[in-house]
Write a protein that binds this ligand. Structure first.
Ligand SMILES: Cc1cc2nc3c(=O)[nH]c(=O)nc-3n(C[C@H](O)[C@H](O)[C@H](O)COP(=O)(O)OP(=O)(O)OC[C@H]3O[C@@H](n4cnc5c(N)ncnc54)[C@H](O)[C@@H]3O)c2cc1C
Length: 420
């Protein structure tokens, strides 16, 4: 049965993540918000230190990799659950790499979500690799910084509509990719890009496969880097794939087009990553709440948990309401991660966590800006930055509206064709 207390074994991991959040992320937050497209070189040192800590076991069983696997490394958790769990299989209560990633991410994103998203040797692509790569591919690609390229100009929320094609050149034993990919997080900085492409557009979703492309492949042409509202420390790249050739061994998963199950299998990997994106929003909004509380207290506002909210000042009452909203998001994320660790189907809970945390995170950040008045809106504080940063967490890996659609389908027992 789920226990909503933080497992004791993860305390060292959380403490380490918090230290990193304070010393490196917070310390460089504003610098890389202002210097968009400049690589945060401080992260190289951090990545090396985290590798060392993981090898030396300093971070305990959960490992630094789990902390840094922020943008989705936990997709591979299913494979590793046995090796990274606490609790016993008999008691049916594991706290494994999904929970470790969630708790670590909350801390790191309390520091800075943009910097987290540009941590070397991580990335959403590594999640896909961990989830479906074979042993040979794991040896070649594991541990490398891998971005994920799904979105196209004509395919955003409806990822089954992608037009990038992959053609097998029998003579050379290579796949030849052609198309356009946009909004690729870490696309410029990563070593690898996992590209979604279709083997045959007439065969719909089942023909969509993912291919690992080396960043320096001459057929992968950087078109431009986005200028963004928030997470400016993280690069977002647009690419053209022009006769981009990759060895056929770079296709992840089966090359067969299986009419049933193929695409849904790919989509299920999001069940592990959506709670993590929820965790990012939970981390950012906790930062907002903590700073707002300090500023309110400095202004003489007292928040009293022993008195009903409606008998307190409007500011205190609003603060308490925001904290409740935050708590609901946090508990939903814990539940979804716990279910992933315990191999329980969690599509519904993963989407609920992401929908709730995305909306609550955005809402809390903006209300904190408002509550703190001119301080909240100025660059002297990080509140205005957090309000800009948090919005992306309600957009990527499925927008708010798409999460609600998934939840409705699950509750009503409808397919994606029946409810869209
Ligand atoms: C900073 C940033 C980083 C990103 N990183 C990546 C990445 O690393 N890899 C990657 O592949 N993609 C990435 N994306 C793309 C992101 O996942 C998409 O922006 C997102 O999926 C939405 O797609 P879209 O922008 O095309 O919007 P659209 O799909 O065109 O949607 C526009 C609006 O319509 C709503 N909508 C769409 N369909 C429905 C529906 N059926 N019912 C109700 N409402 C609907 C949406 O919720 C949204 O509000 C990133 C985007 C940004 C901004």
């Amino acid at each position: 049965m789920i226990n909503l207390e933080v497992p004791r074994k993860f305390k060292p991991l959380i403490d380490q993540a918090h230290l990193v959040a304070v010393e490196i992320f917070r310390a460089n937050s504003r610098k890389y918000d202002l210097a968009e497209h400049t690589y945060p070189k401080e992260l190289d040192m951090l990545a090396a230190a985290m590798d060392g800590m993981a090898e030396g076991g300093v971070l305990g069983e959960a490992g630094a990799g789990a902390v840094g696997s922020g943008n989705g490394d936990a997709r591979g958790a299913g494979r590793k659950a046995g090796g990274q769990s606490s609790g016993s299989a008999e008691s049916g209560n594991r706290n494994g790499s999904n929970m470790a990633s969630l708790l670590g991410l909350i801390e790191l994103c309390w520091g800075d979500v943009g910097l987290l998203l540009t941590m070397p040797r991580q990335g959403l692509g590594q999640a896909a690799i961990a989830a479906v790569a074979n042993e040979e591919q794991l040896a070649r690609f594991g541990g490398k910084w891998a971005a994920m390229a799904i979105t196209e100009p004509e395919a955003g929320s409806d990822s089954a509509a992608i037009r990038t094609t992959a053609r097998l050149d029998e003579e050379t034993g290579e796949y030849v990719l052609n198309g356009e990919k946009i909004f690729v997080t870490s696309g410029d900085r990563a070593e690898l890009i996992v590209v979604w492409a279709t083997l045959d557009r007439d065969q719909g979703r089942a023909a969509i496969k993912s291919f690992v492309v080396e960043r320096d492949n001459p057929g992968l042409k950087l078109d431009r880097l986005e200028h963004k509202l928030g997470i400016r420390a993280s690069d977002t790249a647009n690419f053209v794939l022009d006769e981009c050739r990759v060895p056929k061994e770079n296709l992840l998963g089966s090359p067969e087009i299986a009419p049933k199950g193929g695409f849904s299998g790919v989509m299920q990997t999001f069940d592990n990553t959506r709670p993590l994106v929820a965790g990012m929003a939970i981390g950012v909004s906790r930062a907002c709440l903590e700073r707002t509380r300090e500023l309110l207290e400095e202004a003489g506002v007292r928040i009293d948990y022993d008195r009903p909210a409606h008998l307190q000042t409007a500011a205190a009452s609003e603060f308490i309401a925001m904290e409740s909203d935050w708590e609901a998001a946090y508990l939903l994320a814990l539940q979804a991660a716990w279910m992933a660790d315990n191999r329980k189907p969690n599509s519904l809970q993963a989407s609920m966590a992401k929908a709730k945390a995305g909306r609550a995170g955005t809402d809390i950040a903006l209300r904190c800006v408002a509550l703190c008045g001119s301080l909240g809106y100025g660059e002297g504080e990080l509140l205005e930055k957090w309000a800009r940063d948090v919005k992306i967490l309600d957009i990527f890996e499925g927008t708010q509206q798409i999460q609600l659609l998934i939840i409705a389908r699950q509750l009503l027992g409808k397919t994606s064709a029946e409810l869209r």
